[in-house]
Design a protein around this ligand. Sequence first.
Ligand code: SF4
Ligand code: SF4
Length: 63
Amino acid sequence: MVVAGSYVEIDRRRCDLCGACVAVCAPLALRIEGEMLAYDADACTACGDCLITCPVEALTAGE
Ligand code: SF4
Ligand code: SF4
């Protein structure tokens, strides 16, 4: 779930569920659940690794 004020924002129209961001997220803040990329803002350390990993630029830094 993406909540207001969370670090990572997901553009679900771009995301094709490739899993690359899930693989680089050490604290397991990203995971694929069914047909959706799930994000846990509480677990996210705002390292930014997923942002530069996504091949289709579906992830951006929020506020
Ligand atoms: S910013 Fe870092 S900790 Fe947060 S979701 Fe992306 S890879 Fe995981
Ligand atoms: S790396 Fe990008 S396209 Fe792949 S699952 Fe993550 S957000 Fe979606």
